[in-house]
Design a protein around this ligand. Sequence first.
Ligand SMILES: [Mn+2]
Length: 309
Amino acid sequence: MPKIRLATHAGDIDGLACAALFYRKFGERRVSVDFLSVIEAQETCETYDYATDLPKPKNARRVIDHHPLNLERLKRERRFDAHLDIIDHKSPSAAYLVYHHLNLPLTDAISRKIVALANDADHGKLPSQHAPLFHLTRWFIDDNENLNRLAKILADRGVDNAIEHPWIRNEYKTVRRRVSRTNRKIYRFLNRNKEKIGDVVFIDTRKFLPAKFAKQIIGPFFRAGARVVIIAYEDIRNNLITTSIRVASSFKKSLNVGDLASKFGGGGHEKAAAVRAASDEELAQILEEFTRFAKKEGLSFRNLTDESK
Ligand SMILES: [Mn+2]
């Protein structure tokens, strides 16, 4: 029997969870998973039966996703298949939609926990006991073999027991050291810049943080008072610069950064979005727009990059 071919979001817990649910449903032998970045999904000519948590690749039969802008784009390009594609922006994760589509039994606690993990991750509310899975997913962002291994272990053992798997424990030893080192750098940077935090802060992390863990800086800056954090980091899989925009969940003002990002060809959700830049010049232009946006919204904007050492 030919394998079911799935493309899912690389380096992302929701993407990983989708893969794990396919393995859970069909077993390792009947599924083959490619982990792709958003850009790779837009460019690939490979054939897939399914794509999850990604824009629909040209030759994918069906997409299961929860990004509203992906739906808009698909409709605009007349590639939306109303009978097959499932895109629901109200869904807490793509994994939630996959779980229902695959008709996984309600009694399957492992599948349900995998969905809960994805829901938490996509809302920035991942409980600390799942931090190892999060960090490993980032660590393996450009390593499809190991992302597959992670997904299979999740499907096999479930979210809580995955962490006890000897391979995961061993890999996490290395990763944890790197994450700790990154966190120390983050707190030093935060302390140096504490007085300068505005409503919106921009941090070019490329100068002092490893790209895989750059997003770790967002939480501490929210806790220190920033309401919107924009960071730049290297997009490892595509040799581009990513700017990630996050709005603090405690910030009640209605800002849709997904809409903002879409103006520059980016995408995402209301409170979390990303835009890619091909060069520093392009990044500077995007930043100018963000500055204008902050001003229009009556928010102070601070670029903390120049102060970094
Ligand atoms: Mn997602």
